[in-house]
Every structure is written in C-alpha cells, then in structure tokens.
Write a new protein. Structure first.
Ligand code: AMP
Length: 289
C-alpha cells in the first residue's frame, strides 16, 4: 500500500498503473478518515470490482460550518492505515489542507433542489463543500467507480446529480449502511457519545426500523406526515435526543410528498443531536403493491 500526500505524485502513480495495464479499473473511496467498518465495506466493494483501489482521507474544511466540529473531528492516522491495508487498499491519498486549497477557492460546485431539505437545510453550505471537494478528488484520481455509503443518502443523491449534470466520467456505487449490533449506524462521530447518550442513540435506528415496517405493510393507509409523527414519537422516548429533522421524502429527488405512490422510493431521514453530537440515519424504502 502506497501512502501519498502530493497531488502530482497521485496523478503520476495512477497514470503509470494505467499505462502498464490499459484495461485497469480504478475504484475510489473518498473519506474523512477515522475509519470504521462502514468505510472498510466501501473499500471491499471497490476491491471486488476494481484492480486498483484508491482511498482518500481528508477532513475537508469547506464542508464544515463555522460552529461545527472541523477542529475536533476525530483523527487516527496509524489506525486508519492499518484498516485501509487490511481492506486491500492500494493507494491512500492523504493531503494536507494547503495541498488541496493552496489559495482561497474562487470556484465552488453547487447542486440545487436535492440540497434543499434535510442536511442541506440544517447545514448551509455543507453540500457546496462536499460537491466541490468530491469534484476536485474525482479530477485528481479519475476513477472508473466511486463508492459512497447510503448512511449519507442525501450525499449520494447530490453526487449522482452532479456527476450526471457535469458529465463526470465515473460510475457512482451506493453501498448499504453498516450498523453496530444494536442497530446504531456506524459513524466516526459515535466516539463523541458518552455512555448514556450512546445507549439512547439506539432509538434512531429502532424508530426507522419500526417506520419501515409500517410503510411496507400499510403505506396505502398512511401519509408521510403520519409516519414522520410516529418516528418523532419513537425518538422522543430517548430523553437526551434533540431532534433536528425527521422527514419523509421522495428518493432520490428529495422532493416533498403528500402521499405514498406505488413503484416510487421514499426516504425516511433523521438528524438528532445528543449534546453537541449530531447523528444522522435513514432508510430508503421501495413502495411496492
Ligand atoms: P465520512 O468519512 O464520514 O465522510 O464517510 C466516507 C464515506 O463512508 C461516505 O461515503 C459515507 O457515506 C460512508 N460511510 C460512513 N459511515 C458508513 C456506514 N455506517 N456504512 C456505510 N458507509 C458509511
């Protein structure tokens, strides 16, 4: 496994690999590090599909708001490299901020509509930061496939829209959410939770599971607003939970819906704060007759 910090070296190593093996498929997994099994599952998906697997680890300042956790975002380089190697990564690209943003950025990528609700509404500017850094990384790596987790389902919708609109030559692969044994979605931010918050955080996935069953069984007799209310009530059983949003939307358009419509997909998405820690989770459900 090669660890690279300079964009020029990243480009030349990938170019050399492509010259040596013209049919080479390059798979790319962008992350912010502090890797866990969710990230490893993306790397494994890339490993299964591609000959060259590139992982990036970069905590992107552009996607954090002024009062968010950029400065204290958890980092553990040594552990990350061990997990990356174990998952079969070929190249780890871990640039410094000055390498990615040598001067103030004057160009940003902004995706409309799919960024209007959910985290787009709660975290102004967040998806501009994500879309911009992912565009930069895709330009640097030029992968055939790029892997993203459905844990961040809105991010998947944003990236798919961007790749389509800007004709970026990459296939986006959406991978399922990996969870702890009790259902909590794995996240680098889970380490912020104290014991009591961690115990109550299980209520997010429990509420989503219950709502999924209700929608699957009775979507004809339920409205999206009623499902939102049920999820709110379930989450409110955790006294430390401070709900940011609970929304039922069409997926991947992320438009508001007033009824469930057969053969569409819906997302039930939640963001909940426990103290200063903001957790997100979701389920995407095909509406089937
Ligand atoms: P992050 O480091 O949080 O920016 O995440 C990097 C990538 O890993 C994103 O595509 C995430 O959606 C994905 N990811 C994070 N957590 C999980 C999880 N629990 N299961 C699957 N993918 C995940």
């Amino acid at each position: 496994m090669q660890v690279i910090t300079a964009i020029s070296e990243l480009r030349s190593v990938i170019r050399a690999a492509r010259v040596k093996q013209p049919a080479l498929q390059v798979g790319f997994v962008p992350t912010m590090g502090f890797l866990h099994e969710g990230h490893a599952s993306l790397l494994k998906a890339a490993r299964d599909q591609c000959e060259l697997v590139v992982l990036s680890i970069f905590v992107n300042p552009l996607q954090f708001g002024p009062n968010e956790d950029f400065e204290r975002y958890p980092r553990d380089e040594k552990r990350d490299l061990a997990i990356a190697a174990e998952a079969g990564t070929d190249i780890v690209f871990m640039p410094q901020v000055a390498e990615m943003y040598p001067s103030p950025i004057r160009t940003t990528v902004s995706v409309s509509e799919v960024t209007r609700r959910l985290c787009g509404a709660s975290r102004p500017g967040h998806f501009d930061g994500v879309a911009t850094v992912v565009t930069k990384l895709l330009n640097m790596v030029q992968p055939d496939y790029a892997y993203f987790g459905m844990k961040d389902a809105q991010q998947v919708a944003v990236i798919e829209q961007m790749v389509q609109d800007l004709n970026i030559p990459v296939h986006i692969v959406a991978c399922p959410t990996l969870r702890e044994a009790d259902g909590l979605a794995k996240s680098s931010r889970n380490v912020y939770l104290n014991e009591e918050q961690r115990a109550q955080a299980v209520q997010l996935s429990a509420a989503l599971r219950k709502a999924r069953s209700a929608v699957e069984e009775s979507w004809r007799h339920l409205t999206p607003r009623e499902v939102e209310e049920q999820v709110r009530e379930e989450i409110a059983r955790a006294p430390l939970a401070d709900i940011d949003y609970v929304e039922v939307l069409d997926y991947p358009s992320l438009q508001t819906i007033d009824t469930f419509v057969s053969s569409r997909r819906v997302i039930i998405a939640v963001a909940v704060k426990f103290g200063n820690t903001r957790l997100i989770d979701n389920v995407v459900i095909p509406i089937q007759s």
